[in-house]
Design a protein around this ligand. Structure first.
Ligand SMILES: C[S@@+](CC[C@H](N)C(=O)[O-])C[C@H]1O[C@@H](n2cnc3c(N)ncnc32)[C@H](O)[C@@H]1O
Length: 285
């Protein structure tokens, strides 16, 4: 039975702070349609956590299908109770698979997403190459792998970046008060580009929640990712980046770029294209 939860938990706070599943799906749909001349239908969300992206996908059309892969069963259980259970009746629930993304078996899909830099937990070229190969094999011939990456001159500096998240109601009806999300770049090793980042939360009337989430990653660079995708068999790779508003913020409009200024901080989408797109006998740009 669907009941209204009153107390937000860490997954609610994470989803509200970090994820932008609607814009991720809009971006990938635009690029896929541009390459293949049709709408994507099937997606797989790797490192899916609470499967917010997979749930948003199946909400968009009763034809859409989604798979979510995560290694942590309790997080998938949270997704079933708080996201999947609240899908509209017409939506086909995503299939959530508790597995390692390096070995998970799913039918071939149009799009695979590995977002919020999750793949950066693969710290060696061998491991990341294996992941990219596995993801490529899990795509159909028109398929695209969608990754993101952060960078910029501030990406390797220790910093605490607070942002206020507005009061809202979560998918399961939980009322989330305005709270502060704090991104903490705690450690950066010059020698191997390993980083430790934390997420803290500050809610009204509650002690600060320190280290709600901790990430032990290798901060890869755009050229490394592009080279590894090609080595893993992708036919080509494209990098999409935003421009800036008058206030110096991201304008959230992603265009394909081959050069980019050395900015303080940016977030890029990287698109791995499995095979060259051929429509009406023409190579698409
Ligand atoms: C940062 S969360 C990502 C959540 C969400 N997809 C997003 O974009 O924000 C990372 C998730 O990856 C999962 N994970 C870590 N290693 C994994 C692996 N080898 N295979 C599958 N999932 C993994 C964790 O359990 C965690 O839920």
């Amino acid at each position: 039975m669907k009941t209204k939860k009153q107390i937000p938990d860490l997954h609610h706070l994470y989803e509200a702070s970090v994820q932008g599943v609607e814009s991720d799906l809009d971006f990938a749909t635009r690029i896929f349609k541009n390459k293949n001349g049709r709408k994507p239908v099937t997606i797989r969300e790797d490192f899916c956590g609470t499967a917010a992206l997979a749930c948003e996908w199946v909400k968009r059309s009763p034809n859409n299908r989604a798979w979510g892969v995560d290694i942590d069963q309790p997080t998938l259980d949270w997704s079933l109770a708080h996201n999947v259970a609240f899908l509209p009746e017409k939506a086909r629930p995503p299939e959530l698979i508790c597995a390692d993304v390096l070995t998970a078996q799913t039918p071939p899909v149009d799009l695979i997403f590995a977002l919020n830099f999750s793949y950066c937990l693969f710290k060696t070229r061998d491991r990341l190459h294996s992941y990219f190969k596995t993801a490529r094999n899990a795509l159909n011939n028109e398929g695209l792998l969608i990754l993101d990456l952060y960078g910029g001159t501030e990406a390797i500096e220790a910093k605490l970046e607070p942002r206020v998240i507005e009061k809202h109601t979560a998918t399961d009806g939980t009322l989330i008060p305005a709270f502060t999300y704090i991104w903490d770049q705690a450690e950066y090793n010059v020698i191997d580009h390993h980083v430790i980042n934390h997420i803290h939360f500050k809610l009204p009337g509650i002690e600060k929640i320190e280290k709600a989430f901790t990430y032990d990653w290798r901060l890869w660079t755009l050229p490394e990712i592009q080279e590894l995708l090609l080595e893993a068999g992708f036919s080509s790779v494209e990098v999409y980046l935003h421009d800036w508003t008058a206030d110096g913020e991201s304008d959230e409009i992603y265009r394909r770029r081959t050069t980019y200024e050395n900015a303080l901080g940016w977030v890029a989408y990287i698109v791995g294209i499995k095979t060259p797109a051929v429509r009406s006998g023409t190579q698409l740009k």
